[in-house]
Write a protein that binds this ligand. Sequence first.
Ligand code: GLA
Ligand code: ZN
Length: 666
Amino acid sequence: MFYFGVDYYPEQWPAERWPEDARLMAEAGLNVVRLAEFAWSRMEPQEEVYDFDWLDRAISILASRGLHVVLGTPTASPPPWLMAQDPALFRVREDGQRVTFGNRRTYCPNNPLYHQATRRIVAALAEHYASHPAVIGWQIDNEFGERCYCPLCARAFQDWLQQRYGSLDALNQRWGTVFWSHTYSDWGEIPVPLATGSSPNPGLALDFFRFCSDSYVAYQQVQVNVLRDRCPTHWITHNLMGFGYDRINYFDLARDLDLVAWDNYPRGYWDMQADVDASRAALSCDAMRGLKDQNFWVMEQQAGPSGWETVSVAPRPGELRLWAYQAIAHGADGIVFFRWRTARFGTEQYWHGLLDHHGHPGRRYAEIKRMGAELEQIGERIHGSHVAPAVAMLLSYDSRFAFQVQANNPQFTYSAHFHHVYRALYERHVPVDVVAPTADLAAYRLVFAPALHVLSEEVAENLRRFVQAGGVLVVTPRTGVKDEDNAVVELPLPGLLAGLSGAEVEEYDSLPPGAYNELEFVLPELAMTPPARASVWCDVLKPSSATVVAHYTQDYNAGQPAITLNRSGQGQVVTIGTFSDADLYRALAPWLLDLAGAQPILTTQAEVEVTERWQGQRRLLFVLNHTDHAQEVALDRGTINLLDGSAPLTGTVTLAPRDTLVLETQ
Ligand code: GLA
Ligand code: ZN
């Protein structure tokens, strides 16, 4: 069965309405609801006084309509009576200010009193629902995030450092605290990098960001332990925030979960674009799938205009269904819409659900009902199928954190650079896995390592192994610059990869906004490619064994190598010396794919997204029209159309605006 549902807040509506909600959900083909993740003050109105009656009643009404339940633990939003107990429960921001009651996510993840209160409410909830037949799994907390700079965290950070370094001598040496006379003589002297302290030691700052990430991983583990103990038959997840969220190492966070889920909002109110960039959600799906190398759920899928103080562009007819199919096309095994009905009260009055405030079904409900009926037909065929790319991109949280400390160039962000590379592959219909730099790369032909800034010997060895065995590796600027302590390596760049790359960075130039150099491709295969621009950063490369692919044409580095290609073992390494923008990677993509022998799924226009899911030799092909006009797509083999009663389909097909085809190869 394919899980298809909504996030539902019965506590925000009169109980008389619940049966009607359950009926409408069932009629739309929904089969799962997520409940209770913001209902702590309803479940524990006073300390250690529990009330689950209302939730029991809501669940039995939902269950009577065949709906399964995912229960949220309510710790993202503690009740006022708890937060009134001690000001130290509140998180401290980077500017040194303690947050106050008002929103949510206000707690310090290292506060022992908060841990205690957490264990109590999670245990009470878990014991109550451990054997409830409707409950299938748990979501812990809600969208972990936000670093805490409080004195408690400062102490915990010092302990964390002691574990990591063993001795102060080691720490002083590895951070290079001799610089500016920062040599520590007691663990208690080590600060957290508050903004008031200004530009910190990069070693300290990277470790603090790692520590903050570990703090949420550890806090999550507190809940995992309670749930595993009480509810051994239930699965456990958390709702992550996709590729874009960069303050927690999601590989670490996912390790202790059974299942990764994430929240997908293509039309945000913070981003009033008329057109949705569909490659963003695609990248997030791939990144979330890569965390455990397994299929995922979308625990919050956009259901209407989003909004807190202002309101986003309304999802166009067809978009809700299109975005949900897009997630499925990238490996979702469950889609849960946020939220069922738009709240009348609270900060999220304008975050629209499937139903508007008035509660009557309208256009968006009808669209989801259509999809519900479709999934009843095809859910079985999708179940158990997997995405199997030959191309991977390496996502390094250490590098990402290090760039948060030092951006290198004010125009550079790791996330945007990563997206530029991804987009070139996405537009060519090349499926991509996003994996950790330490992942086993044996299954891939082509691996991109964008700005792999912090590079360990272990990762360098992993890349060498991949290339020796015949893989094609692509690296971009600022790779191999830092060791694991965020100190600059004592090697010519790209540091530990210089041998593999067959080229060294002779010097580099950080470009001002708007400035660019031009590239001329000199490798015969690329000679006809129109010149692309170099911007943001230019490495001047000096080949040792590599051949020159492109050189700069302007400024003082005119004629100098900008891109090189090196053969090593059975494989090859492409070293790109400039960050540039998506156009450069668009220009290089066909050549790189050729070099690696990696094939697009289909050759068709960029606005039509194409993905595939496999079950053995059975191939499901998803074709998604992200535009508001019809698109023609030439299929390269015979298929059957699963959304049309398995009618055969060959040749050129026309996709209606924002329509999706789910095809099976004959
Ligand atoms: C996030 C949260 C939800 C809700 C939505 C809308 O994704 O997980 O609880 O707040 O945003 O703001
Ligand atoms: Zn804290």
